[in-house]
Design a protein around this ligand. Structure first.
Ligand code: SF4
Length: 182
């Protein structure tokens, strides 16, 4: 599998202090995509679900992990590895948000079983309306885990879009939902 970034604490893509995981590889090429550098698989980002899990486990020994936000690239472009990773991550937190450019109907229901919140659909720049968690208004936010409904309802009622900058060995990574002219 190919994963380009694992960042903590991500506080702008879901409730609490989360681990953000950016898959590398996406077939879609949406106009205005904020991560075009993650479209191609890159050998330097080759890894395994177990390696990512061990990395996250090390973080969890010293910090509280409130959940995971998995984006990219398109995590479902590497569906088998994603499913394997979700099975491992749920041991640490079962609050897992996954972004994908595929529409929900294209995903096997069984592959959604460990996902609390799915945000689906390609990014359409003209429909970027600064919605919380959504790149563009055509995307849907599905709360798949009923036990998280209240938590996410509160989150949507009390939060607004923000961005957060991380200083990494790859340079500055700006995390969050950006406006089209960012
Ligand atoms: S689906 Fe997401 S990662 Fe892929 S091109 Fe569109 S915006 Fe970029």
């Amino acid at each position: 599998m190919y994963v380009a970034r694992v960042l903590y604490p991500v506080e702008v893509l879901g409730p609490g202090k989360r681990v953000g995981i950016w898959f590398c590889g996406c077939p879609r090429r949406c106009k205005g995509c904020s991560n075009p550098e993650l479209w191609e698989f890159q050998e330097r980002y080759k890894t395994t679900p177990e390696t990512i899990f061990e990395m996250v486990k090390a973080v969890s020994k010293e910090h509280t992990i409130d959940g995971f936000t998995i984006t990219g690239g398109d995590p479902f472009y590497q569906a088998d590895d994603l499913i394997e990773l979700l099975d491992l991550l749920k041991e640490i937190s079962d609050d897992i948000i996954v972004y994908t450019g595929y529409n929900r109907e294209k995903i096997k229901p069984d592959d959604l079983k460990n996902i609390s919140v799915l945000i689906d659909g390609e990014y359409i720049e003209e429909l970027n309306d600064n919605s919380l968690l959504k790149g563009s208004s055509n995307q849907e936010v599905y709360i798949l885990d009923d036990t998280k409904s209240d938590k996410y309802r509160t989150y949507f009622n009390t939060e607004s879009n923000k961005v957060q900058n991380f200083f990494t060995s790859d340079g500055v990574v700006s995390v969050g939902i950006h406006r089209p002219n960012f």
